[in-house]
Design a protein around this ligand. Structure first.
Ligand code: G4P
Length: 524
């Protein structure tokens, strides 16, 4: 197969949701329908169950599972589907955001009864920022839900994206009958049996009395609903979906295998293959001859005796070949990978080659950091791995003076893995760790102790936000830094960061220093 054919049959995406909407269940069912697994229950949930925030064995166990399920690849109807897993726990949302930089599209799962939840909104914001095409799967139709039109209006308003239903539910909760598939004009009847996989009934003519035979009195309501749907929503515009302006919507019940086949069949047809990727220097076309890719995730080995890690590389162009020489742009060093891995049907295996859209695992003993670009030699730098301002901040102090070296190495490596963000105060040199959740501080402390034999202590600090600052006016920048010198810090890449104590202080600074640009993500 030519490179072009290989590229065009690849579908690399992530399933994301607010916790409990059904991401894990849907992932598992897609693998089941894709033939990658044969029984439900084979994929373990990677989520850290509620209430387990201090159960570190659980975290360690989950980390073991999540490396196996980081990428789930399978062949389906001539397509190569790669599902990238994202952590369920919201304290690890940065990992999810980073994974979203390596996908070509996203499926957002929404609980039909709950609608849009806080995490759904945040995830959508990241997709919107990157213009990632999004499909919405409304789950749990077997439970009572609000009116479908109202639900879609709410989602459209809260997620700020135009919707286009490609299927339509017939009732919900205990009266749920199934969905009419607008995309391929078929009727799928709901049978709440957990393993049944039955194709839909082709149903072109909705005026036919046959409809009554299948769904009884609900037929009239369905006809009325669909008339309204065709009136309100214009026909599906594929280009608008690919541009990230329009989200097709499917309905179903992941738990009962319902609506999954339809979702998967429509998904492989409409979802994009790998797109061009922006670097600081130029756009990289997946069909370029030469290999390029970037590291979007680093996974540490859970066995402290083998402190090797896996760097997950998204192939962006050309063809990756085992044992070929490649260049790590940040260090300028060349290297070859003798045992690159890929994950097919949750089995890790050594691969000979990989194409754009694929994710390759490079064994790593500390050479890579998140965001690294790898090429055949050209000095380009992939953009688009934003760090968001953390929400919680603590000073990190050494609690065992004999182990300073270990602590520094541990902190450095954990930050390279993207566990949290490190800032160094320009005022007194103290190191500040910023996270989005309390759990990350616990993970850092635990891993420093168990993997690096170092002890740390966190000290509280009053901090609202970290903002990256920039200005075209060097005088204004110097003046700002002098005035705020106690609150200035440097991030890992040496950039200036203003640590604002409160929203009030930030607002004041913004209105007083008009020549300074304040950025709330590190990508600008
Ligand atoms: P998440 O990864 O998004 O956090 O959600 P997950 O798939 O773990 O699903 C959360 C809960 O919702 C699970 O129940 C799951 O069985 C249930 N669920 C998923 N899809 C459906 C659906 O279509 N209908 C209904 N009624 N329930 C659904 P749980 O009791 O929390 O966990 P478990 O003990 O069943 O694993």
């Amino acid at each position: 197969m030519s490179n072009q054919t290989e590229i065009r049959r690849r579908r690399t995406f992530a399933i994301v949701s607010h916790p409990d909407a059904g991401k894990t269940t849907l992932t598992e069912k897609l693998l089941l329908f894709g033939g990658a697994i044969h029984v439900a229950g084979a994929v373990k949930s990677n989520k850290i169950k509620k209430g387990a925030t201090s159960d570190f064995m659980e975290i360690e166990r989950q980390r073991g599972i999540s490396v196996a399920t980081s990428v789930m690849g399978f062949e389906y109807g001539g397509y190569k589907v790669n599902i990238l897993d994202t952590p369920g726990h919201q304290d690890f949302q940065e990992d999810t955001f980073r994974t979203l930089t390596a996908v070509d599209s996203v499926i957002i799962v929404i609980d039909a009864a709950k609608g849009v939840e806080p995490q759904t909104e945040k995830l959508m914001n990241v997709c919107r920022m990157r213009k990632t095409p999004v499909i919405i799967f409304i789950n749990k139709l077997d439970r009572p839900t609000q009116d479908t039109f109202e639900l879609l209006d709410d989602i459209e308003r809260q997620l700020q994206i135009n919707l286009n239903p490609l299927s339509w539910p017939i009732n919900n909760g205990p009266d749920f009958k199934g969905v009419y598939n607008i995309f391929d004009k078929s009727l799928d009847l709901f049978k709440p049996s957990v393993q049944d996989i039955e194709p839909g009934i082709s149903f072109d003519d909705l005026d036919s009395p046959e409809l009554e035979k299948h769904i009884g009195n609900d037929a009239r309501k369905l006809r009325e609903d669909l008339e309204l749907v065709y009136g309100v929503y214009p026909p599906f515009n594929h280009e608008e979906y690919l541009a990230g302006n329009l989200a097709p919507v499917f309905f179903g019940s992941a738990l009962y295998n319902f609506g999954i086949q339809e979702l998967l069949d429509a998904f492989v047809k409409i979802a994009p293959w790998p797109r061009t990727v922006q670097t600081e220097e130029r756009e990289v076309d997946p069909e370029d001859d030469k290999f390029s890719g970037f590291v979007f995730k680093i996974h540490a080995n859970i066995d402290p005796n083998h402190r090797s890690r896996i760097a997950f590389v998204k192939v962006c162009s050309g063809k990756f070949v085992r044992n070929n020489m490649y260049k790590l742009i940040r260090s300028g060093k060349t290297f070859r990978v003798s045992s690159p891995t890929a994950f097919m049907a949750s089995q890790k295996e050594i691969i000979e080659e990989a194409f754009p859209g694929d994710i390759v695992g490079f064994p790593d003993n500390g050479s890579f950091i998140i965001g690294d670009t790898i090429t055949e030699g050209e000095d380009i730098h992939f953009k688009g791995l934003p760090s968001f301002s953390p929400e919680l901040f603590r000073f990190v102090e050494n609690a065992d003076p004999m182990k300073t070296k270990q602590l520094n190495k541990g902190v450095d490596q954990l930050m390279d893995e993207g566990v949290a963000q490190l800032f160094t105060s320009q005022f007194n040199g103290r190191r500040i760790i910023g996270t989005v959740g309390q759990l990350q501080f616990e993970v850092i402390q635990y891993r420093l102790e168990h993997e690096y034999n170092a002890k740390c202590r966190f000290e509280p600090m009053q901090m609202y936000k970290a903002c990256w600052i920039q200005s075209d006016n060097p005088k204004a920048l110097t003046e700002f830094k002098n005035r705020k010198h106690q609150k200035m810090a440097t991030d890992k890449r040496g950039r200036d960061v203003f640590m604002a104590d409160s929203q009030f202080i930030l607002d004041m600074a913004q209105s007083e220093f008009k020549d300074i640009r304040f950025h709330f993500t590190s990508e600008f």
